[in-house]
Design a protein around this ligand. Structure first.
Ligand SMILES: Cc1cc2nc3c(=O)[nH]c(=O)nc-3n(C[C@H](O)[C@H](O)[C@H](O)COP(=O)(O)O)c2cc1C
Length: 382
């Protein structure tokens, strides 16, 4: 895979970006010639700082980035984020009762490590706010990152100014042309067009339709295609749609370096592409994830609707930990409930491999595809 302008901009061998919450995946991908991007949401500032230190030490001279979640809408937004106590008061008792009843029905045990719980609820509440994102960004700026991305909205001017002053490119995920135009106006350097098929928070327009429209709308800003990539053939498709590279997520969840729960990995290996849905059941916002008894319960119209961000994450943080704990012990109810964010490409994720091997496989498949298409293998992706 010959280097294109995105590779030159970031100093990469391949225009393949790997979004992940696992620092070891960032390290492996960046060292193998791609661009690892660490998702900081859900980490405390201390955890994030220690992950960044580790990545920086393990990736000398290699490019890596950071992704934050600062939505355009969340509870407490007017004040830049409410205190955890104030947020807790917005969670209705009926919702707490429903979650408790669900766990009882599936015979999920109490949490053994209470310390873990306190930290998780705090993380769920505080990272989704301007003040939370600012705290994480302040840490990110201490490290030699090449890219800072926002998942769910437009960064305030202060983030872009500081990033640009330090030579850091700013990016954003978008699911619609109008969102892409807003990001263009806001001065981002790179746009990630994320289609319906993607894992995590995503919209309802498929990549084959979304990517060419975003490419045309924001030119000359480079666009990466996010969603559905698990094979080099899909990278060739992304390039044909006008993208300059791909932004990948789900594929790394099945790597040896990923911190994915072992029961979730097993479920992913057995799942087909029909086994995911967009559901508000894990964050309060539509996110693609594996179907399970958990998503079934929240989709049932007899049950309460999920809460807005960040209340939903706070409401369910205890439940999620208890489910993870019991699933590790192979308890039936928890195994039925447990799920995680993943894209429709889960049907192509059948085995665990080292991340560097996954990257090499993608580039080899890309080359083979371009060869079959009968064009010079790489000049078309300039
Ligand atoms: C487990 C998981 C967590 C995610 N969390 C975030 C996040 O915190 N911030 C973000 O920008 N995107 C997040 N995403 C979306 C990814 O950045 C990426 O766009 C998406 O995974 C691409 O689609 P794919 O899963 O089909 O590769 C997440 C995706 C997954 C699978």
């Amino acid at each position: 895979m010959k280097k294109n302008s995105i590779c030159e901009q970031f100093g990469l061998e391949y225009p393949i970006f790997a979004f992940t919450h696992s620092p070891d995946v960032v390290i492996s991908v960046s060292n193998a010639g791609g661009m690892g991007v660490l998702g900081a949401s859900g980490m405390t500032p201390e955890e994030f700082d220690s992950a960044m230190k580790r990545i920086t030490n393990a990736c000398p001279e290699k490019a890596f980035g950071v992704d934050l979640i600062l939505p355009n809408k969340y509870v407490g937004m007017e004040d830049g984020g409410l205190s955890l106590e104030a947020l807790e008061k917005h969670i209705p008792k009926g919702h707490r009762d429903f979650v408790n009843k669900l766990l009882e029905e599936y015979e999920v045990g109490e949490l053994e490590d209470q310390e873990k719980l306190a930290s998780l609820s705090a993380k769920a509440g505080s990272s989704v706010s301007l003040s939370g994102a600012r705290a994480l960004a302040n840490i990110a700026f201490k490290y030699p990152i090449k890219l800072l991305v926002n998942a769910l909205g437009t960064f305030p001017e202060e983030f872009r100014e500081r990033a640009h002053a330090q030579g850091i490119k700013v990016g954003a995920l978008v699911g619609q042309v109008r969102h892409a135009l807003k990001q263009k106006d806001a001065g981002v350097d790179i746009i990630i067009a994320q289609g319906y098929e993607a894992g995590g928070h995503t919209g309802d327009i498929a990549n084959t339709v979304l990517v060419p429209q975003v490419v045309d709308a924001v030119a000359p800003i480079p666009v990466l295609m996010a969603g559905g990539v698990a094979d080099g053939r899909q990278i060739a498709a992304a390039m044909a749609l006008g993208a300059q590279g791909v932004w990948t997520g789900s594929i790394w969840l099945m790597t040896e370096e990923s911190e994915t729960h072992p029961v979730v990995k097993k479920k992913f290996a057995e799942a087909t592409s029909a086994d995911t849905l967009r559901s508000r059941s894990s964050t309060g916002k539509h996110a693609r994830q594996l179907k399970s008894s958990w998503t079934d319960a929240w989709e049932d119209s007899k049950n309460p609707d999920p809460l807005p961000m960040p209340l939903h994450g706070m409401l369910i943080s205890d439940a999620k930990l208890r489910i993870e704990q019991d699933a590790l012990k192979a308890k039936k109810g928890a195994t039925e409930l447990i799920n995680y964010f993943v894209g429709q490409n889960v049907g192509m994720l059948n085995e665990e491999r080292p991340a560097a091997e996954v990257l090499q496989k993608l580039t080899k498949e890309y080359e083979e595809t371009m060869g079959k298409l009968g064009s010079p293998t790489t000049s078309s992706i300039k």
